[in-house]
Ligand binder design. Structure first.
Ligand code: ASP
Length: 409
């Protein structure tokens, strides 16, 4: 008799529920440190494993994608569609974040919190757009790999992929090397992904056990506001786009993206979720070559959850300072939050650091970030989940547009 094996998404759901239960038990039993000392380390090992394959996965899969597309014109055509999709959805995300933030604020639901005396935000130096642009170009290839600077890794992949195409037959050895190395990394990636229930269980138990009090704290309504905006964006923009452009029904879309969403929710890193997102996009029918290009780019520059969070947090922190934003200032928030989200790295907590850029543009003291610092992980779980959902939706839409273009020809 053959035993039926549970599919990965089912295993992940079970792990998630078990994590919440264990976390609650530890929280109410007053032993949250049990999860910190004995469970979280396994989650950290798992996230480290994912991070360790992210650079080779992005580098090799992007180069292979570019090489198999056969010419840089096709890469350019996919590139501009991808960036246009990401920019438009991010601008919509900002508007949703601002509208909901204003509704909550107008209804007096945001608490008026004051900064604790002497609290200062250490990450107060914020970078601007030009710094981000210059920072995209590596001066040392190995340095980009060592620091896992994903924007730089993408630029390197574009240059190397383009050069392999330009070199023609002489580059055959390089082509074969890339495709063989990627086959090996893919096997490793599949193995690491199969361990994800362990990562989800341990991280969830730790978050619930250690943040339980904060969930019930004074920031609950600000969190609620952000999560409603995340949900509206996921349903109205992403699943709508997947349906309208790629013909994938919302149910199928969320079912297919589920493993990556849950994984992003628990790991709070789009970059670390990349291997899982690739799997999900493939199962949903996205073209593999196109996903190899769109997903790493998305995990680096497409951060709609982060943009929503920055808009909601800006309105909330402005209220705490006794400021109310004018329409002109809100437009500035849309522009700066869009740029800040592009510059946000796909790692845990990066969106909070980039929030400094938006606050500075609004004249809100950057130290105010300390008010939400303690619960940032709870915001981060939702925003990373949304970020990754957007990447998968983008891969589906761009695949569909390219397929239509090919069919026309
Ligand atoms: N953690 C988010 C991500 O990886 C970035 C952020 O902090 O907003 O997508």
């Amino acid at each position: 008799m053959s035993k039926k094996k549970l599919t990965l998404p089912v295993q992940i759901v079970i792990a998630l529920i078990a994590g919440v239960v264990v976390g609650l038990i530890c929280y109410f039993a007053g032993v949250p440190e049990f999860t910190t000392n004995y469970l979280k380390p396994f989650g950290t090992i798992f996230v480290n494993l994912l991070k360790f394959i992210v650079v080779p996965v992005v580098l090799l899969s992007m180069i292979e994608g570019i090489v198999s597309m056969g010419d840089m014109k096709k890469v350019g055509s996919i590139g501009w569609k991808t960036v246009a999709f990401f920019m438009c959805t991010t601008a919509i995300a900002c508007v949703i974040g601002l509208v909901l933030g204003n509704i909550f604020n107008g209804a007096g639901l945001f608490p008026q919190l004051q900064l604790a005396e002497g609290a200062t935000w250490e990450g107060a130096t914020s970078s601007n757009f030009m710094d981000t642009l210059v920072g995209m170009f590596p001066s040392n290839m190995w340095d980009a790999f060592v620091k896992a600077n994903m924007l730089q890794v993408i630029v390197i992949a574009l240059f190397l992929g383009g050069s392999i195409l330009a070199a023609g037959e002489k580059a055959n050895l390089c082509k074969d090397f890339v495709s063989s190395a990627y086959a090996v990394i893919e096997k490793l990636m599949n193995f690491i992904i199969s361990l994800s229930p362990i990562g989800v269980f341990t991280m969830m138990a730790w978050v619930v056990a250690t943040q339980g009090v904060n969930i019930l704290g004074s920031l609950a309504l600000v969190l609620l506001c952000a999560y409603i905006a995340y949900a509206i964006h996921a349903v109205c923009v992403y699943s709508f786009a997947a349906k309208a452009f790629a013909g994938v029904s919302p149910l199928k879309f969320f079912k297919g993206a589920f493993a990556a969403m849950i994984f992003a929710f628990t790991s709070t890193s789009s970059a670390a979720t990349l291997p899982v997102s690739k799997d999900c996009a493939k199962n949903l029918g996205a073209d593999e070559e196109i996903s190899a290009f769109v997903l790493p780019l998305g995990a680096t520059i497409n951060m709609d959850g982060t943009a929503i969070y920055q808009c909601v947090a800006t309105i909330f922190l402005a209220t705490c300072c006794g400021m109310s934003l004018t329409l002109g200032q809100m437009i500035t928030v849309v522009v700066t939050a869009t740029l800040a989200s592009i510059g946000t790295a796909g790692v845990s907590g990066a969106g909070m650091i980039m929030l400094a850029m938006v606050l500075q543009a609004m004249g809100i003291p950057v130290d105010m970030i300390m008010i939400i610092y303690g619960v940032d992980r709870l915001f981060d779980m939702g925003r990373t989940c949304l970020n990754v959902t957007g990447d998968i939706s983008g891969a589906l839409c761009v695949s569909a547009w390219e397929a239509k273009k090919a069919a026309k020809k």
